[in-house]
Write a protein that binds this ligand. Sequence first.
Ligand SMILES: C[S@@+](CC[C@H](N)C(=O)[O-])C[C@H]1O[C@@H](n2cnc3c(N)ncnc32)[C@H](O)[C@@H]1O
Length: 470
Amino acid sequence: MIGAKTAALFLTHRTPHLLIVRLRHYFKNMLCTDLHPPAAVRGMTRLSREAFNKTIKTPHLIVPKDVNLNNVCRVIKKFLLKMERYKPVVSEEYKITLHPLAVQRWEDLAEVELDKLGIDSKALVWQEIQLGYENWKYDEIFKAVLPEDKEALSSFSKIGHIVHLNLKDHLLAYRELIGAVLLDKIPGCRTVVNKSVTIDNTYRNFQMELLCGEPDYQVDVKENGCAFKFDFSKVYWNPRLSTEHEKVVKMLNKNDILFDLYAGVGPFTVPAARKGCTVFSNDLNPDSYQALVENCTLNKVSKNVKCYNKDAIDFIQQEMKHALLETCANESFKGHIHITMNLPAMAVEHLPYFPALLKGEKIVNLQQKPLVHVYCFAKGVDDKKLIAQKLVEQWLGTDVDDKLKEIAFVRNVAPNKDMMRVSFYLTEDLLYGHSDAGRKRHLDTEDKPAEESKRPCQISDVLEDGKESK
Ligand SMILES: C[S@@+](CC[C@H](N)C(=O)[O-])C[C@H]1O[C@@H](n2cnc3c(N)ncnc32)[C@H](O)[C@@H]1O
């Protein structure tokens, strides 16, 4: 998880070199109180842009008109005052603003040997400059306005034109200001929302409060080379999962089959179909299903994808079972079968539906064992890989040591809570119910009717996930 400051830097600087330069200036300016916003803005809850106006005295170099200004600029680069929307070189006036921390006396410029260019100490003068709201980035503004003694604005996500925050309680009083500043300062931002407390957590789409801008939640985003359109207020989308989506899609090859059990709007399904996989894609949320179908069309992969709007249990017992049997019977199928289960708060509870799924069916040889990628939250201080494995084993009702491909860390969501992926193979014994798998079911679900496992996620599944922002 990156902080707001770093998030801002990453949002605007994609190359490491530019990021380092920006960081250098950020810290240099932060060390110089003259370059901070006025102290009076501390505690401001409604944005007053004028309150940021201030006048400061800074060193300037007044370059004689007969000296080549470009040559001076070249040697003096690292002494310039660099601030947002501030031009340190005014060519018409042959005037250069220098950084007040770097240049306090003529001797500070000794290393650039200005005398060799025909400039002497008389050229260094102190003059007033006006600074205002436009000269600070949003992170500098928040540092000046928000309470000093409390946790700063921790992070946010940008989804298309929407900036999405998850404000801590102590920042709620500042939400209007935070929204207005982000709308002003984040390129391409038209809408700023905050995750509100009321959660519709079955579909993992959070209620959100509009902080600033247009109430337009229909977004266009790109991920892993594919285009996605959806209504962010109605479906699940998390830009922090793009690397994980990419990792799993990389494991797939043309002609493989993917069962995407909780597909959302298609971040596994669409790129997999683009690779030439056949995808059986399912989501319970009718809005996700709708967007999934449209995203398949948008990316011209509809011919490779069958979309369903079902509970995952029904999908497993009907479509998946049927397609598995068909695939097993098809001797010409040479691909691999993958099953993605990204609903970390409860996907493990659906694992008991795999053992004995094909029980009583004509036994055919599984040329390739289906590979399940199930996500879960590993909570606690112990080894998270072990916690994740235990969770899977409890719900699957059997050890997975001999079935494991890998257990991978996906991301940290809260203190002592990590999202993990357990990738393991479904063996023939398991699917045909030959092993004791399923008998050692998790205590809580033992002997419960299937309907009971179709529970919606609990509030606690999501609420304690403090850092989660969808
Ligand atoms: C965490 S999101 C994952 C979406 C997408 N696969 C991704 O990686 O971004 C989980 C999805 O599961 C869906 N869902 C929740 N309960 C479900 C259930 N019982 N059966 C099928 N889908 C369900 C939600 O609507 C949501 O889109």
